[in-house]
Design a protein around this ligand. Structure first.
Ligand SMILES: [Zn+2]
Ligand SMILES: [Zn+2]
Length: 375
């Protein structure tokens, strides 16, 4: 991977791993890009493919126990013996690490935040994820937390437009960096954005299993609960009317001639029929009917609920109802407020995951210890 030009420094700052190479090696070195100077008086050059970084082993050792072990007494001894020029920086290949992430990590640890800040403003979600991964591997998540928090905050405005794939990357970041607020916020967004099933989507995405499997399981469980609740909740406002077994016919000849409605509590009547029809037509108008969880995001469903109006089509069809009869279920029906209650339930059910509960398997009263509030 090419080193981001943002990190290239002036030529006078370039360091060379000179000293112990023979002529042949020195010639080969000419064609290689110079090391990026993270510390001018650094004693180690980390090489990652075409990228090489001149760094201080002391600085890295203070920040990371992994580097401390790497640069321990055995390293110093071996270094002195193996080189003809003991003052030249030792070259250490780090073949498994992502070059840009390691560059940023070293810059942060060497207090060169003004350089790494340049990438924070970009919508670079994979970049942040790689930095989180490499910080975790070198056990220095705490040492870079100010920088990673800044990056997380810089990305927050872009979360609304992020794909589900990128949102899962952000969730991985929150998990690695132990960031409960971001973890809750991003997992809620994943829930609200999802169409058709979280488990189906994760197949083929995760190659490094950063998130515990129960994160996916818990998200999918919540998604299904919400849709089950929705499916039932959408039927509730008219369930009583549809469920009536006996009919109440329009009785008098005069009522039939003048199209008067009849109103009864427990028998199915003309007003019930009109209300059912009005309700279904309004659901259709706001795209809630037919209800298909495979095609609709929770976000768009909530929007649809906001547009829902309680309509009484009796008037449009030529029936005047005044005053309302308190002994008629159709007269007292208020579908809008019933759906508003349902939406409130969805909002609650759609809250994000608690990182502490995921990590510690908390339930019941123990949740008061969690860093994010549970309600
Ligand atoms: Zn009525
Ligand atoms: Zn919790």
């Amino acid at each position: 991977m090419e080193l981001n030009p943002a990190f290239a420094t002036n030529s006078d700052k370039f360091a060379r791993a000179a000293g112990d190479e023979d002529e042949h090696e020195t010639q080969a070195k000419v064609t290689k890009p110079p090391a990026t100077v993270v510390d001018k008086s650094g004693d180690v050059i980390l090489t990652l493919g075409d990228v090489s970084l001149l760094v201080s082993s002391k600085v890295l050792s203070v920040a990371s126990p992994v580097f401390r072990a790497m640069f321990g007494p055995h390293f110093q001894e071996g270094n002195m013996l193996s080189k003809s020029n003991p003052t030249a920086p030792a070259v250490i290949p780090l073949t498994d690490d992502e070059p840009l992430a390691m560059t940023i990590l070293c810059q942060i640890l060497h207090h060169q935040n003004e350089v790494s800040n340049e990438v924070f403003v970009a919508k670079n979600i994979p970049g942040l994820r790689n930095l989180a991964t490499v910080s975790d591997k070198y056990n220095c998540v705490g040492a870079v937390s100010f920088a990673t928090n800044t990056w997380i905050q810089a990305l927050e405005p872009f979360e609304a437009q992020a794909s589900q794939h990128d949102l899962f990357h952000l969730l991985e970041v929150a998990y690695i960096l132990d960031h409960p607020v971001q973890f809750e916020r991003v997992s809620k967004r994943i829930l609200m954005n999802d169409v058709g099933g979280i488990l189906e989507r994760m197949i083929g995405w995760t190659t490094d299993d950063i998130l515990p499997i129960k994160v996916y399981g818990e998200l999918e469980k919540r998604r299904r609960n919400i849709y089950t609740e929705l499916f039932k909740g959408l039927q509730d406002p008219i369930a009583n009317l549809v469920g009536k077994n006996e009919y109440e016919p329009t009785k008098t000849l005069q009522d039939k001639q003048y199209g008067c409605l009849n109103h009864t509590w427990d028998k199915f009547n003309l007003h019930d029929a009109l209300q059912i029809s009005a309700y279904l037509r309004e659901l259709k108008r706001v795209n809630l009917w037919p209800f298909d969880p495979q095609k609709q995001k929770l976000d768009s469903l909530i929007q649809a609920f906001n547009n829902f109006e309680h309509r009484d089509i009796s008037r449009f069809l030529g029936f005047g109802i005044f005053p309302k009869f308190t002994n008629c279920q159709a007269c007292i029906l208020d579908t809008r407020s019933q759906l508003a209650n349902l939406m409130e339930k969805i909002r609650k059910g759609g809250r994000g995951l608690c990182l502490d509960c995921i990590d510690k398997g908390r339930r019941g009263g123990d949740e008061v210890k969690c860093r994010v509030k549970h309600d």
